[in-house]
Structure formats: structure tokens, C-alpha cells
Design a protein around this ligand. Structure first.
Ligand code: NAD
Length: 355
């Protein structure tokens, strides 16, 4: 692991991973390849540790010629693939970009790695294509169902999860068919610093800070597993270093709160942190809105494999993770303003939720 191509490294998890990697691995160079869609920003890459070991490259994973040049010029030996369209709501409104980036883009990246690694290298030791995916590929669980395991059949319900499921299958197929050294992780909902404020946790923090309604889909009883982003980064790093080629690992935070419970925790922490706020109690801003079509009811994820084989477990429980996240947002209002000032986002925020 010397020259690492991180795709989507200007997004939420990708930028956290770039920081994590530069701190953890003193000898790697990170080539951060990102299209800077509405979800990616160079604001997420300010004050990196060891910035001389980081090179940002602007581009689209669908651009095979550019990928080819990057692999040649920088002798890429490791890919950590985050780049994706990642928001379920947006996939319902406009699925095409999800097919283009998540499926076709992943295919182009696989083809490039295959071309450079399988024809050029005498050994595949030290090469790895790691694909970052989601637990949403497994679909929705009934209350009595056991948590998702690595062998749970795929049953995606949204255009987003269907496109991620497709990309997972392609990655696995490149291992079985061509021998590309791949690994995969399927992770639950992430939250933490640098998350674009359209997603549940930062949206609630962002709106609550400004006294805006806190939109809750349906009855708010949907259950998710939540993981603090830094814990996810460590899990990916462990899989890269110690995971077996060709394997998939489920990653999660070992919790199953309802959306309403998460929101109540956020409001309680904000009440405590902002004793002078005119919007206290923040829970009074809760507003129930029409449910998302095809909304999965329950996700839960079994992390026994990554725990027993690679010794990984989350370091933050939900309360500690939410406190750290809220403190970060309260201390980084300049970031929040810079990120949220774009008109497209404001428009989306104002029009997305039906009462
Ligand atoms: P994000 O939307 O914050 O970031 C995605 C990044 O990809 C952005 O920087 C964007 O500019 C970039 N990008 C989009 N299209 C691109 C293209 N065609 N070429 C190059 N770059 C492109 O997403 P995130 O929440 O950081 O998620 C990262 C990955 O992790 C995704 O693959 C997602 O499916 C997966 N994942 C996310 C979560 C979560 O809760 N956020 C959970 C599990 C898995």
C-alpha cells in the first residue's frame, strides 16, 4: 500500500478517511479523485495532516481515459472506492445519476484496475481494490428477523440501494472472474463531522440551530443502526491491512434506535449545549411529514465477522458519537455556512418535505 487512489475523497466519509489514512500510514501518498458534485467540497479537505502526501484530482469515475492516466502516472496499487451518489431521497427524484456513477462508474474503475494490475504486475501482493458499500442492499427487516449477515440475500428497495447492490455484484464478479484482489464492506448509517446537511443527523442539527422545523418521515419509528464515521474509517483501514481478498465484512455500531429516538437525543444534547437558545426545547420543532416511498422499516447489522477475524469494534456508543458530532457542528459554523450557501441545496431543503 503506497499509492492509494481514494475516490469520493471530498465527500463525507471519504474526507474523514483521507485524514485517518494520512495520520495512520506515514508512508502512503493519497490521490484523492472526486467530481465535486453538490455533495463534495474542498472545504472538507482544509488543514489535512501531511498535506504534501495528498494530491487532489478533479474528475469523474466515468472518465476511463483520465482513470487510465492516473493509474499510469502514479503507479496506483490500492483503490478505496467511496465515490457515489449517496442520498436515497435524491435517488427517488432522479435515479439516472445513481445508475451512471454507482454502476457505470464502478465498472470503469474496475476495468482500469484490471487493465493495470492484471496485465502489468508480476504479483498481486500489495494490490487491493476496496469497495465501500451500505447495509441498505439487504432490504428491510421485520421486527423478529435476525440482523444482516454477510450471507444475507440482497433485496434492495430504493434506486440508491439497487445501484449499490449492482456495484457490489460487479466488484465480487471481478474477483471471481478475473482474480482482481478486491474486498468489500457493507456499513450501516454513518454520522459525524463533514456530513452534508441533507442527511438525517446533520439536517436535524442544522435546522434545530436555526429554529427551523425538524422533518420526521411517517411515524418516525423506522429503525437504523448508526456508526460514528471515525469508527467506519478504522474498520475500512483494518480490512485493507488485514482482511482477506475476496471477502465482504459487515460494519455497524451495534445499536437499533428509532429515528425519533435519535432525534430526541440530538434535541436533548442541543438543549444542554445551547442553554440560551430561543429555540429550546428543540424537540418542539419536530414536524411529522409524509413518509418516503418504499421506506425500509428496519435495518440491523451483525458485526461478528469483522470483530472476531479483524478485532474491530466501534469505539463510540451512539450518545458519545452524537455529542462529538454536535460539538463539531457547533464549533464549525463557518464550514456549515460555506457548505449550505449553495442555492440548489437551499431549494432542496425548502421543497423536499410534504406535510
Ligand atoms: P457523499 O455523498 O458525502 O460523498 C460522495 C462523494 O463522491 C462526493 O465528494 C462526490 O463529489 C463524489 N462523487 C460523486 N459522483 C462522482 C463521480 N462520478 N466521480 C467522482 N466522484 C464522484 O457520500 P458518503 O456519505 O461519504 O458515502 C461515501 C460512500 O460510502 C458511498 O459509496 C456510500 O454508498 C457509502 N456508504 C455511506 C453511508 C452513509 O451513511 N453515509 C453508509 C454506508 C455506506
Amino acid at each position: 500500500m503506497k499509492n492509494i487512489l481514494v475516490t469520493g475523497g471530498a465527500g463525507f466519509i471519504g474526507s474523514n478517511f483521507v485524514r485517518f489514512l494520512l495520520e495512520k500510514e506515514p508512508d502512503v501518498h493519497v490521490y484523492n479523485f472526486d467530481l465535486l458534485t453538490y455533495a463534495g467540497s474542498l472545504e472538507n479537505l482544509k488543514n489535512l495532516p501531511s498535506p504534501t502526501r495528498h494530491t487532489f484530482i478533479h474528475g469523474d469515475i466515468g472518465d476511463a481515459d483520465l482513470l487510465d492516466r492516473i493509474f499510469s502516472e502514479h503507479a496506483i496499487d490500492t483503490v478505496v472506492h467511496f465515490a457515489a451518489e449517496s442520498h436515497v431521497d435524491r435517488s427517488i427524484l432522479g435515479p439516472e445519476a445513481f445508475i451512471q456513477t454507482n454502476i457505470i462508474g464502478t465498472f470503469k474503475l474496475l476495468q482500469t484496475a484490471r487493465k493495470h494490475w492484471l496485465t502489468g504486475a508480476s504479483t498481486l501482493d500489495g494490490y487491493r481494490f476496496h469497495h465501500v458499500s451500505t447495509d441498505e442492499v439487504f432490504g428491510s427487516l421485520a421486527p423478529q428477523d435476525p440482523a444482516f449477515e454477510e450471507t444475507t440475500p440482497y433485496s434492495p428497495n430504493s434506486p440508491y440501494s439497487a445501484s449499490k447492490a449492482s456495484s457490489d455484484h460487479l466488484v465480487r464478479a471481478y474477483f471471481h472472474t478475473y482474480g482482481l484482489p478486491v474486498s468489500l464492506t457493507n456499513c450501516s448509517n454513518n454520522y459525524g463531522p463533514y456530513q452534508f446537511p441533507e442527511k438525517f443527523v446533520p439536517l436535524m442539527i442544522f435546522n434545530a440551530m436555526m429554529g427551523k422545523p425538524l422533518p420526521v418521515y411517517g411515524d418516525g419509528q423506522q429503525i437504523r443502526d448508526w456508526l460514528y464515521v471515525e469508527d467506519h474509517c478504522e474498520a475500512i483501514w483494518r480490512v485493507l491491512k488485514f482482511g482477506k481478498v475476496g471477502e465482504t465484512y459487515n460494519i455497524g455500531g451495534n445499536n437499533q434506535p428509532t429515528n425519533l429516538e435519535v432525534l430526541d437525543s440530538i434535541c436533548a444534547i442541543l438543549d444542554e449545549r445551547l442553554p440560551q437558545s430561543p429555540f429550546r426545547p428543540h424537540a418542539s420543532l419536530k414536524t411529522f411529514v409524509k413518509d418516503r416511498p418504499g421506506h425500509d422499516r428496519r435495518y440491523a447489522i451483525n458485526i461478528t465477522k469483522v470483530n472476531t477475524e479483524l478485532g474491530w469494534a466501534p469505539r463510540h456508543n451512539l450518545k458519545a458519537g452524537l455529542e462529538a458530532t454536535i460539538d463539531w457542528y457547533l464549533n464549525n459554523t463557518a464550514w456549515l455556512q460555506a457548505i449550505s450557501k449553495n442555492d440548489e441545496f437551499q431549494n432542496w431543503l425548502d421543497n423536499n418535505y410534504e406535510k
